[in-house]
Design a protein around this ligand. Structure first.
Ligand code: COA
Length: 346
């Protein structure tokens, strides 16, 4: 059998849609439904790269037919201790165990080395009822010398939550001193008056979020970065639903956001959720999450949620507080997300 051909392609390449479908289908195989970047968002993200990350698409073909692909994410931040590259790499089920994955990974390593990267990072999703010992992605990563350095779980929540249940959860969350804070919610870009606080809280969240032994440089966020992310995500068809808690002095004490893609009729993404260390243990996290879900479900008479019936989120295995809140809201674990990493040179 001929070896696969691996090529770097751009968003205008006629194979871009097949490349996108191949990677998405590889990751979805034998798993519960989940979010995946839409073709439309991927096209825009590749066509108009931002200042924070460069992405490279590699397509694998055999006899001219797309059988798999990879996406490299090259962070462009300065002042990082270790230069990393993130990788998503998938091979269609019918084309597996014939060296396509290995060929893609070799091309990834070569490209990453030429970009001066030190560490390669990849995520493998293992369904909760399967073990990593029998799961192709985990076997593949380990057979290529990558080590599991972080374990999270992926959760799904069925929505809409019935109004009586939301009321019950909101009432439980409001008992306690979290009432000292005002919770404000909105849909869309961050209003000017909240930009500074939002950026400060995101910077803190980046420092606080547990990441196991994963090589990460906690990113500093400023108002410009919040604006830039809002603009880029809106271009790609995202609507953000946000809630933040303000104390009596107007300082941000917690925030959370949900992301709705106009190109995804199934899944809403629960992104960051953070509460200031000095305010933890007072049910503020729950209060924020419920306020945000209410906003999502109620906005535009339910038109924003539309046909979507699931919210997806992630949580690190030792993040007890967040896991407790998620369980109470009704999230159920569907996958173990294993973060792998190793030296680019293998
Ligand atoms: C992981 C994946 C990319 C492997 O693709 P592939 O084309 O089958 O990989 P290769 O044929 O190059 O396999 C290379 C080695 O990985 C290991 N491996 C891959 N699949 C395996 C499986 N099902 N069981 C045991 N070992 C496996 C083996 O050591 C294999 O070498 P061998 O066939 O000589 O024994 C593919 O299963 C996939 O798309 N999975 C979903 C996405 C994913 O999890 N990606 C992992 C990112 S690190």
């Amino acid at each position: 059998m001929n070896g696969p051909r691996i090529e770097d392609i751009g968003p205008d390449d006629p194979r871009f849609a097949d490349w996108h479908a191949a990677v998405a289908r590889s990751y979805a195989h034998e798993r519960q439904p989940g979010w995946w970047e839409s073709l439309e968002s991927a096209r825009i993200s590749f066509a108009r790269p931002g200042t924070q990350k460069r992405r490279v698409a590699l397509v694998a073909t055999r006899d001219g037919v797309v059988v798999g692909g990879a996406v490299l994410g090259l962070p462009l931040d300065v002042d990082v201790d270790v230069e990393t590259v993130s990788v998503e790499l998938g091979v269609l089920p019918d084309a597996r165990r014939s060296g396509v994955g290995g060929a893609l990974l070799s091309a990834v390593r070569e490209l990453a080395a030429s970009e001066g990267r030190d560490v390669v990072q990849a995520e493998v999703f293992v369904p909760v009822d399967r073990s990593p010992e029998e799961w192709p992605g985990a076997r593949f990563a380990e057979s290529h010398g990558l080590r599991c350095v972080n374990v999270e779980h992926r959760f799904l929540l069925d929505v809409p939550l019935p109004e009586p249940r939301l009321r019950e959860l909101a009432a439980a969350a409001e008992q306690g001193s979290s009432r000292d804070n005002t919770v404000v919610s909105w849909v869309g870009g961050c209003p000017e008056q909240h930009l500074e606080q939002w950026a400060r809280m995101q910077t803190q969240m980046n420092q606080d979020v547990p990441t196991g032994e994963l090589t990460v440089t906690a990113r500093q966020v400023d108002a410009e970065r919040v604006r830039d992310s809002d603009r880029r995500m809106a271009e790609q068809g995202w609507t953000k639903v946000r809630s933040m808690a303000l104390d009596a002095d107007g300082a941000g004490r917690g925030y959370t956001e949900l992301l709705v893609s106009e190109h995804d009729p199934d899944v809403v993404v629960q992104d960051d959720a953070w509460v200031d260390e000095t305010h933890r243990g007072r049910r503020l996290g729950m209060r924020l999450k419920i306020a945000n879900l209410r906003r999502l479900q109620g906005h535009d008479d339910g038109a924003l949620l539309g046909p979507r019936r699931r919210v997806q989120t992630y949580c690190e295995q030792d993040n007890t507080a967040m896991r407790r809140i998620n369980a109470e809201v009704g999230f159920r674990a569907v996958d173990t997300l294993r973060g792998y990493e190793g030296p680019v040179g293998g």
